[in-house]
Design a protein around this ligand. Structure first.
Ligand SMILES: [Zn+2]
Length: 174
């Protein structure tokens, strides 16, 4: 009986101080590419522009959307211009409770969220509002995902010290 053992690939490498170099430089075209690993860090200024009030809302534990004064269309994810008629919208507070419209369990994610997998992403529905809000759903076991979760009443929770990121808000069963 054989024992199958898998050696994991890693991104660790050897520090290279020298490489073979051909006497005839015409042979350089045959060399393999040199691959380096090094940290990469960028800092940049990012403007939230017209979405800034939404983040100011998060910092004050308020969830805002926008309403069109012309046709009445209500966007849970704020839009400065109405998605239906194009008119300029007005800021409105969302209802204190919503319900789960649909959800998915993420077993993979962007680097920032990898350590938190598996987690639940849900589309939240608010009474009288026309669009759905995408947010994290917390307080339910992602390993026990169940279609019965659809329709569950949920309420927002806010990070105490805002990071001015969409992840400052998440939802829990109400
Ligand atoms: Zn409109």
């Amino acid at each position: 009986m054989t024992h199958k053992q898998i050696i994991e690939e890693t991104l660790d490498g050897t520090v290279l101080f020298n490489v073979p170099f051909p006497k005839n430089i015409a042979h350089l075209k045959e060399m393999s590419p040199i691959i380096l690993k090094h940290p990469y860090h960028v800092e940049y200024l990012h403007s939230y522009g017209q979405d800034s009030p939404w983040f100011a809302g998060l910092a004050n534990k308020k969830l805002l959307g926008t309403e069109c004064p012309k046709c009445g269309y209500k966007h849970t994810t704020p839009k400065l211009s109405c998605m239906r008629c194009g008119a300029e919208t007005e800021w409105k507070e969302l209802p204190p409770e919503g319900k789960v419209h649909s959800f998915t369990v993420c077993h993979y994610g962007a680097e920032e969220f990898l350590k938190e997998t598996p987690f639940i992403l849900a589309m939240i529905e608010f009474e009288g509002w026309n669009t759905l809000l995408l947010s994290r759903l917390v307080g339910l076991d992602p390993q026990q995902a169940n279609l019965k979760w659809v329709g569950t009443k949920v309420k927002p929770k806010f990070r105490r010290n805002s990071k001015f990121k969409p992840t400052d808000v998440w939802f829990v069963p109400a």
